[in-house]
Design a protein around this ligand. Structure first.
Ligand SMILES: Nc1ncnc2c1ncn2[C@@H]1O[C@H](COP(=O)(O)OP(=O)(O)OP(=O)(O)O)[C@@H](O)[C@H]1O
Length: 281
């Protein structure tokens, strides 16, 4: 793998109130290359958010090493590392600091020492990218859940981090809003060497990734490309993922005793196969 931007080695994590013989994360190791988009999937409570919070130093591991962009995470490197990582959580309520939407988006830039002139370009552009340009002077607290998620994302877009960690960050959006946000992230990736780590239950978001990591009960159980992971068919539900539409259709056809291909099919692949099936009759 070319120069990993995130390297996690034998990470163990225990919450302070946990008994000494219990761990929330157990011996988790993986690497992410710069510019990769990796999805982390798994059941509720499997430890995904805990993992994300360890990576940006919000939580400190019991043991193990986390290296971000060549720096080993420790007390004296945590602020440097955090500047490189943008993080958007499921519940954006806890993330607002500005009196208005525009102030809030600008806040991270102020911390980075971005000039006022530059802010006047970046803030409206970021709000436009998430379709919130008409809300610049509104109070963040009065927005809907989906709108708050968009504003939190705009803050990240404006700050241009090297690494973006999305923790169920599109969960409050409707399918169209989610697709728009994913398209924005794809654009950000195309424009820079952005690395994306997305914790998600959404199959389309996972399908957008280069690689999927499956976390179960605090351990990394599996990793592979979306095609490799989606081959699990109905077992995907056990992994905390929905099934892609093509896999659900395959399962339904199998129940009707139709011989279906064992390999994973994209929607296009499924459409082609269905045509072929029809013309073979
Ligand atoms: N602040 C905390 N103190 C103690 N235990 C916690 C804390 N936060 C999470 N946990 C526990 O750690 C485990 C992992 O939680 P975590 O939030 O990392 O899971 P998750 O996979 O992100 O779940 P979800 O999909 O619901 O967000 C759970 O058993 C949870 O109850």
């Amino acid at each position: 793998m070319v120069s990993p931007i995130i390297d996690v080695e034998h990470l163990n994590y225990r919450y302070p109130q946990q008994p000494a013989d219990e761990l929330t994360l157990r011996d988790v190791s993986f690497s992410i290359a710069a510019g990769e988009w990796v999805a982390i999937v798994g059941h509720n409570g499997s430890g995904k958010s805990t993992l994300a919070k360890n990576i940006n130093g919000l939580l400190a591991p019991a043991s193990g090493t986390i290296t971000v962009d060549g720096q080993v995470l420790a007390e004296d490197t945590v602020w440097d590392i955090r500047r490189k990582i943008g993080m958007v959580f499921q519940n954006p309520d806890n993330q607002f600091v500005g009196a208005t939407v525009a102030d809030d988006v600008a806040f991270g830039l102020e911390n980075q020492g971005v000039s006022r002139e530059e802010m006047l370009t970046r803030v409206p552009a970021a709000l436009k990218q998430v379709n919130m340009q008409d809300f610049a002077t509104r109070e963040p607290a009065r927005l809907s859940g989906g709108q708050k998620q968009r504003v939190a994302l705009a803050g990240m877009i404006a700050a241009r981090p090297q690494i973006l960690i999305l923790d169920e960050a599109t969960s409050m959006l409707d399918p169209r809003g989610r697709e728009e946000v994913l398209a924005t992230i794809r654009q950000m990736k195309a424009a820079s060497d952005l690395t994306v780590l997305s914790i998600t239950h959404d199959i389309d978001e996972a399908a957008s990734a280069n690689r999927i990591l499956v976390v179960n009960d605090g351990q990394l159980k599996e990793e592979g490309t979306p095609a490799e992971i989606f081959k699990h068919g109905e077992d995907l539900i056990k992994m905390g993922l929905d099934m892609p539409y093509a896999e659900r259709l395959k399962a339904a056809l199998k129940r009707q005793n139709v011989q279906v291909p064992a390999t994973y099919l994209t929607e296009k692949g499924m459409a082609d196969w269905l045509w072929q099936l029809r013309s073979n009759k």
